[in-house]
Design a binder for this molecule. Structure first.
Ligand code: ATP
Ligand code: MG
Length: 472
């Protein structure tokens, strides 16, 4: 089906060729022959009239001898490529331009009225010729009396040969036209058909959701512009799809982590793992998580308002030390289970930064969540803040399984998990760090990782320090 257009054009081309040759072979051939015959008849008729009025009449008047007339006729017949006769009214051939012709031959069944109203005839002329001839006659009139006839015969085969010669020119012209059409076809193939085929293929890929295909046409014409437009459209569609996917993945991930933590604490409270006296503290953590979820929902609604691209940043000045403490606290339950301790090395009492607090909470949450997940039992995790120039460096360091060298670059990719971690954490989606990276990038800050397999991992990111006067 894909090649239908091209097949149609090829078929059209072949048809054009065949029709051209058939037309020349039949119609043009017949028309040409008719034309040649007509022309020959009229010129022979003029000639026969002239001969009838001159030599033949002179012969009848006795002013020229038979031999003289015959000699003249021989020369003229030779020149015209014809046979010239003079016959009397009864059909006796008096003069024949053929040098070795039998004298005084009588044409059997000769009847001048068989010519009808015409002055020419086609055929073997009363069986006198073995082949088809064109015979033109003019009466020889002396004193208003018809004394005989001048006849000029020309072979139709001669005319046909002449016509074939002319037709050869038509065939050559047709072949040249056909060749020119072929060049046009080749040009069409390269400039129109192949580009269209490329675009059709690409469009098919796009319809199947594969936007990686790009159309490789860079000509400076309509095809080139069309291809560039389609490529642009595909890129836009692709990024739209990518953004949507990213958005949904991020949102689900952000929802899952706090819900898991809330569920854990409620279960612990219900089954009495957390004693009655300590419940307040955990209820506070639950409240903290619920607030985060609430905020998340709100920012999602906000995000929805502004489209899927980019997210609204809510930059405020806040104490990142306090945020770290709150986030660390929310992991207390899990840490107790794994007997993991936290070491917080924070600069001063407070450390104010300018950033989107809920998003930085999310970053810390994801990094600490990873640190705990990939740490061994009874190990320690260090969270440290240091100030340098106008930046605050925040580091989350564990002494867990570490990240293999080949994977270091890939951990930021969405859904990527190292083989080491797969066994340890089956529930992880591999989205945490992608979100972290995106949040830090949207703050125009950096995040780095230093890790040694089997030794531990440290993530360090920067945040801009809040201006001193407003921070104090
Ligand atoms: P999720 O965060 O959705 O629960 P995840 O933790 O597996 O899943 P990421 O936080 O994006 O996903 O981390 C990606 C991968 O990077 C992890 O699966 C793990 O292989 C590796 N990784 C991240 N942090 C550490 C760490 N502290 N120690 C060792 N490996 C880590
Ligand atoms: Mg994670």
């Amino acid at each position: 089906m894909k090649r239908t257009l091209y097949l149609k054009i090829l078929l059209g081309y072949a048809l054009l060729g065949i029709m051209g040759f058939v037309t020349v072979f039949t119609l043009t051939s017949r028309l040409t022959l008719n034309y040649i015959e007509k022309k020959t008849i009229s010129s022979l008729y003029r000639e026969s009239n002239l001969l009838a009025a001159s030599y033949a009449a002179n012969y009848y008047r006795g002013t020229m001898t038979l031999t003289d007339v015959k000699t003249q006729f021989e020369a003229i017949a030779d020149y015209l490529g014809t046979e010239i006769w003079v016959i009397d009214r009864n059909g006796k051939i008096l003069i024949n331009s053929l040098p070795d012709s039998a004298p005084e031959t009588v044409i059997e069944d000769f009847d001048i009225s068989s010519f009808g109203t015409q002055y020419y005839q086609k055929g073997t002329f009363f069986g006198m010729f073995p082949e088809e001839m064109l015979s033109v006659f003019s009466p020889i009139t002396i004193n208003y009396k018809v004394r005989g006839y001048v006849l000029i015969h020309r072979s139709i085969a001669d005319l046909t040969a002449y016509k074939d010669g002319l037709l050869n020119i038509s065939y050559i012209t047709l072949a040249i036209i056909f060749f020119c059409a072929f060049i046009v076809l080749v040009l069409f193939t390269f400039t129109v058909y192949l580009p269209i085929r490329k675009m059709t293929r690409a469009a098919k890929d796009y319809s199947e959701g594969n936007f990686d295909t790009s159309i490789d046409i860079h000509t400076n014409d309509e095809m080139g512009y069309l291809a560039a437009s389609i490529n642009y459209m595909a890129a836009e569609l692709s990024s739209l799809e990518e953004d949507q996917r990213k958005f949904i993945a991020n949102v689900s991930h952000d929802f899952r982590s706090p819900l898991t933590s809330i569920k854990g604490y409620i279960e612990a409270i219900m089954d009495g793992t957390i004693p009655h006296e300590a419940q307040d503290k955990y209820l506070n953590i639950i409240l903290f998580e619920t607030e985060r979820l609430n905020k998340l929902t709100q920012s999602m609604l906000e995000l929805n308002k502004f489209g899927v691209k980019g997210s609204m940043m809510d930059i405020t000045e806040f104490d990142v030390n306090h945020t770290i403490k709150m986030v660390v606290q929310s992991f207390e339950g899990v840490c107790k289970q794994k007997k993991i301790s936290f070491e917080l090395i924070l600069t001063g009492q407070t450390c104010f930064v300018s950033a989107d607090m809920s998003k930085i909470q999310q970053v810390l949450y994801n990094l600490i969540d990873n640190a705990i997940k990939f740490s061994h039992f009874e190990s320690s995790i260090t969270v440290e803040t240091t100030e340098k120039n106008d930046k605050v460096f925040i580091s989350v360091k564990d002494s867990g399984i570490g990240i293999p060298k080949d994977s270091i670059k890939k951990i930021w990719e969405r859904f990527y998990k190292t083989d080491l971690s797969r066994g340890k954490d089956k529930r992880g989606t591999g989205l945490g760090l992608a979100i972290v990276k995106e949040i830090i990038s949207s703050h125009n800050e950096n995040i780095n990782v230093i890790s040694t397999e089997g030794v531990g991992t440290e993530f360090i990111f920067t945040l801009p320090m809040a201006p001193k006067e407003s921070g104090l």
